[in-house]
Design a protein around this ligand. Structure first.
Ligand SMILES: *Cc1c(COP(=O)(O)O)cnc(C)c1O
Length: 384
């Protein structure tokens, strides 16, 4: 059997080899601005670290392999990747369609920054393919999907949405931050481009911020590389190096994250004070069948509400001891977040209400601790 393409092996080996000069097993941190040329116009592929850097390139080869693609570009942050995508592919007068539930910073970028340059963004319930089809009757250049969507975990059928968008001539981008290539392969489902905030599971250790754009389309990759160089948003060699270490254990970590999340979800489902629970891996989740068909697991995120509304929710978040009250997700540590005041504070109250982000909603990014300890911590907080 050929294991060379298994994710566990690719995560460790794809795109890197021992250093030919010293034998160092880790790709060094090439902390160098410039690269000496052998002659005018003759160099080893690197000229200046804004356009490309050997450590960043090693991470790019690794991430491309994990998504089953040829091309990847890494950025200073996830939002820098989204910005590059928009500046490269959209012009004044263009319209973008975004999933109606998605990372708050993405909404803010489109509706408070890009709108100033004549780009319109419309939030559409992409989980409803008829609503998407209707929205696509007005010309759109870009369909930006986040599935599962942060924080309510609403899903979009990527195959169906991509078919509709392509028939209407739109480019299809999937933000795959929440599931990573371990649990979802958007390019195989028809997407043109995958976006990641590598800050989350791909790094996995709360150590860096970073972003990536991954595609099989060489022309699109060329345009994005031009844009990244022209605007200067490449990742730093040190952050790329740390991310390269994190990504080695991505398949292992994702399996454990998902396993733990399912256990925590089952415990919360039985808790009398939990009034609403959203986890795609539970049969009670409205789109559980789609999750089973499209994803390799329910993922590591869940959201819930407790009896007693906002006040009771705040008490839970302030009573946990093991779970950390923090913005971010996808780290080894379990993180508990209040989307309405933290990750989705940039949305208007009306936008939050439309997206199902109630003021009492609690988001949990289940970490790698012993799940019994996480459950005990939550039970204690729910009794506080
Ligand atoms: C965090 C996040 C982003 C933005 O990434 P940064 O690295 O924080 O800029 C985009 N999409 C999703 C789903 C995220 O969770």
């Amino acid at each position: 059997m050929d294991f060379s393409h298994s994710l566990a092996t690719l995560a460790l080996h794809a795109g890197t080899a021992p250093d030919p000069v010293t034998g160092a097993i880790l790709t060094p941190i090439y902390q160098s601005t410039t690269f000496v040329q052998e002659g005018v116009g003759r160099h080893k592929g690197f000229t200046y670290s804004r356009s490309g850097n050997p450590t960043v390139a090693a991470l790019e080869r690794r991430l491309a392999a994990l998504e089953g693609a040829e091309h990847c570009l890494c950025f200073a942050t996830g939002l820098a990747a989204t910005t590059a995508l928009a500046l490269s592919e959209l012009r004044a007068g263009d319209r973008a369609i975004l999933s109606d539930v998605l990372y708050g910073g993405t909404v803010r970028l489109f509706q408070q920054v890009l709108c100033r340059f004549g780009v319109t963004a419309e939030l559409v319930d992409t989980s409803d393919l008829e609503a998407l089809e209707a929205a696509l009757r007005v010309p759109a250049r870009l369909l930006f999907l986040e599935t599962p969507a942060n924080p309510t975990l609403k899903l979009t059928d990527i195959v169906g949405a991509a078919r509709l968008a392509h028939a209407a001539g739109a480019l299809v981008v999937v933000d795959n931050t929440l599931l990573t290539p371990v649990f979802q392969r958007p390019l195989d489902l028809g997407a043109d481009l995958v976006l990641h905030s590598t800050t989350k599971f791909i790094d996995g250790h709360n150590a860096t911020v970073g972003g990536a754009l991954i595609t099989r389309d060489a022309g699109l990759h060329e345009r994005l590389a031009f844009l990244r160089n022209a605007t200067g948003s490449i990742q730093s060699p040190f952050n790329a190096w740390l991310t390269l270490q994190g990504v080695k254990t991505l398949p292992l970590r994702m399996e454990r994250h998902a396993d733990n999340a399912l256990r925590v979800a089952r415990a919360l489902a039985e808790h009398p004070r939990v009034t609403r629970l959203l986890y795609p891996g539970l049969e009670s989740f409205p789109q559980h069948e789609l999750a089973r068909g499209q994803q390799g697991s329910g993922g590591a995120l869940l959201a819930f509400e407790v009896e007693g509304g906002v006040e009771a929710g705040v008490r839970v978040m302030e009573s946990v001891r093991l779970c950390a009250l923090a913005e971010n997700l996808g780290a080894a540590e379990t993180l508990i977040t209040h989307p309405a005041s933290m990750t989705h504070a940039a949305l208007t109250p009306e936008q939050r209400r439309a997206a199902g982000i109630t003021d009492g909603l609690i988001r949990l990014s289940v970490g790698l601790e012993d799940p019994a300890g996480i459950i005990e911590d939550l039970r204690r907080a729910l009794a506080a």
